[in-house]
Structure formats: C-alpha cells, structure tokens
Write a protein that binds this ligand. Structure first.
Ligand SMILES: C[S@@+](CC[C@H](N)C(=O)[O-])C[C@H]1O[C@@H](n2cnc3c(N)ncnc32)[C@H](O)[C@@H]1O
Length: 315
C-alpha cells in the first residue's frame, strides 16, 4: 500500500465493503472459547495496513468479548502486516483517530508485528479471535508475468491464469496452516477478501481495463518502457467459493473447520456518492485515489527506475 497515511485517507471503499463481515466478527466474539484467566485474550488483525479500517472491527470485537471477561481482564490487539508497512500511521491512528477502540476500553493493549501472514507470526495457541479484511487476496509472490493485462482475472493467457490459480490455492492453504497454529482450540477467524461471484466475475473491470489501457498509452508516449509494463502485475486474486472450500473437503483442515462462506457484492460507496452529486470529476478522482493508495506501489515496483514513479500520477 502507499505509505504516509495515503491508504488511511483513501480506503473508504474497503471500509464500507467490510461491514457485513464486521457483523460476523461480533458473532464470533460472542461465541469464541475464551482463554482461562489470568491469560490475556489475544485478537489478531492480519494485514492491517495503516490501521484506520481496523479500528471499527477491533472495537466491535472488544465489545463482544468484554461482557464475558469482566472489566479488568486484559485484551491484547495485535495488528500485523508486511515489514515495509507504514506502522507509524497505524500507531498514530490507534492513538488519536476519533474512532479508536482505545477510547472505549482501558484494558486493551495494542501492538504490531511486521511479518508476512504466510508464516507463523504469533506463538502457538494464543489467538482467541482473528480478523483480516481485504488482505488475503494478495499472493505471496507473482508466479509469472501476465502478458496481456495487469490483473489476471482479465487475462486471456491460459498459462498465466493457471499459474495464478495454483499460487492462489497454495497460498490459501499456507495462510490457513499458520493461522491454525496460532489459534487456540475454540477460537474464531473472520476473513473478508476478494472473491469471484458464482458467475466467475471478479468485478472492477472498467477500472482495471482503464488502468491497463493507460499503461499501454504510457508505453506509446515513452513514459515507461515495454519491459516495465511486462513486469507490472497486481498480485491479487479473487477466489471462487470452491477454491475457499477446497482445503476443507474432508471436513477439517489442520484442525480448522469452515463454518460459513458468504460471497456478496461489496457496497460501491463512490458510485453511491456520484448518484447523488452527479460530479463526474470527483467520481474519477475518488477511484484514482483508491487505485493509487492500494495498487500503485505494486505497479511502480516493476519500473526499471522506481524513483521516477511519483511523477506519473498527480497526488
Ligand atoms: C488493501 S490493504 C487492507 C487493509 C485493511 N485491513 C482494510 O481493511 O482496509 C491489504 C493489506 O494486506 C497487506 N498484506 C499483503 N500481503 C501480506 C502478507 N503476505 N502478510 C501480511 N500482510 C500482507 C498489505 O501490505 C496491505 O497493508
């Protein structure tokens, strides 16, 4: 993600899209088995980015657990992301954002881990409640270039599609394997991530096609090279219902059971605003800011000289 608080400023689409899962997190908090006192209760937030979108779900999780814990029992909230994440923005948001969960409960202790969730990053058997929103769609690596797009969902290249599908399946198992180690018996994990719907649609097509067309135009204008474009890949996938369920085909996977999968179309808050304002300029600017905050660093990393990147898109 783009750093310096940019993700926090331009991730309202993700925040709105998470709401159905926040309802499930509350149910999970109400029903998870609790570690015996005096052990702290650990809530893990996997792929927190700069944290603003974690504040509400963590607040909901804390409120759902608190009645069974009593006022004095410590709750540890562990936010995790990749080592290069802007953790300063995360801690600033936890400390002073008006929606911070710290304001509601004095026995809550935030911390952070800068390691990939494709490894075990917390001790075994400590997590009571796990949460991850809009993160598990990011693959652990780019399995191959995509010759005809930046997003594999819109590629017609069979080899690229197959390689990404294999990587997505492997990463999903790896992610679950490590969470299974970290979670206590009776813990709950709620994940919100990108999916393909039951007609195999990934969504975002106008945005992604426009992004690719613009990059092709930049090659023609000599702003980036054809080799730069070849390396540009957004390493995200939308998994199908079947792909999510696959590790659980025999009921359990590494001790985990799958309680529920729901695939839904996320709220498009930017479109909703446009319908009332009819301000096309603002509509375009909002989607551009979303794209920049979420995807620009992945594309810029492919440049021969990434230091040139910031001049391409106005802030
Ligand atoms: C789109 S942001 C989501 C942030 C926030 N959870 C939200 O709902 O808005 C995705 C985050 O996942 C993180 N991420 C991607 N791959 C990861 C990995 N292997 N391990 C940990 N975090 C990862 C990214 O660094 C990024 O901060």
């Amino acid at each position: 993600m783009e750093g310096h608080g940019a993700y926090n400023r331009s991730s309202g689409v993700q925040a709105a899209g998470s709401m159905p899962a926040v309802d499930l997190l509350k149910v999970a908090g109400d029903t998870a088995d609790l570690a015996p006192a005096p052990q702290p209760i650990v809530i893990a937030d996997y792929g927190c980015s700069e944290g603003r979108n974690s504040l509400l779900p963590m607040g909901v999780a804390i409120s759902s657990l608190r009645p069974r814990l009593g006022a004095d029992r410590a709750i540890s909230v562990v936010h995790t992301d990749l080592p290069g994440n802007d953790f300063s923005a995360l801690f600033a948001a936890i400390e002073s954002d008006p929606t911070t969960y710290l304001a509601q409960d004095r026995q809550v202790f935030p911390s952070a881990v800068g390691r990939s969730f494709y490894e075990q990053i917390l001790p075994s058997d400590v997590v009571t409640l796990g949460w991850s929103s809009w993160a598990v769609q990011w693959l652990s690596r780019v399995p191959c270039p995509i010759p005809d797009h930046v997003q594999v969902a819109y590629s017609r290249d069979a080899e690229a599609c197959a390689a990404f599908a294999r990587q997505a399946a492997e990463d999903w198992r790896t992610f679950l394997f490590h969470r299974a180690r970290e979670m206590r018996e009776g813990a709950r994990l709620v994940l919100l991530t990108m999916a393909t719907d039951d007609s195999d649609d990934f969504g975002y097509q106008p945005l992604l096609d426009m992004m690719y067309a613009t990059l092709c135009g930049m090659v023609q204008d000599g702003l980036i090279s054809a080799d730069d474009l070849k390396r540009m890949v957004i390493p995200t996938v939308g998994r199908s219902r079947g792909a999510f369920a696959a590790p659980f085909e025999h009921g359990r996977f590494e001790g985990l059971t799958l309680e529920r999968i729901e695939i839904f179309h996320g709220e498009d808050r930017v479109w909703g605003e446009f319908e009332s304002s009819r301000d096309a300029q603002r509509f375009g600017a909002k989607w551009a800011a979303f794209s920049r905050a979420s995807l620009f660093p992945s594309l810029a990393a492919a440049l021969d000289d990434p230091s040139k990147a910031p001049s391409f898109i106005p802030a």
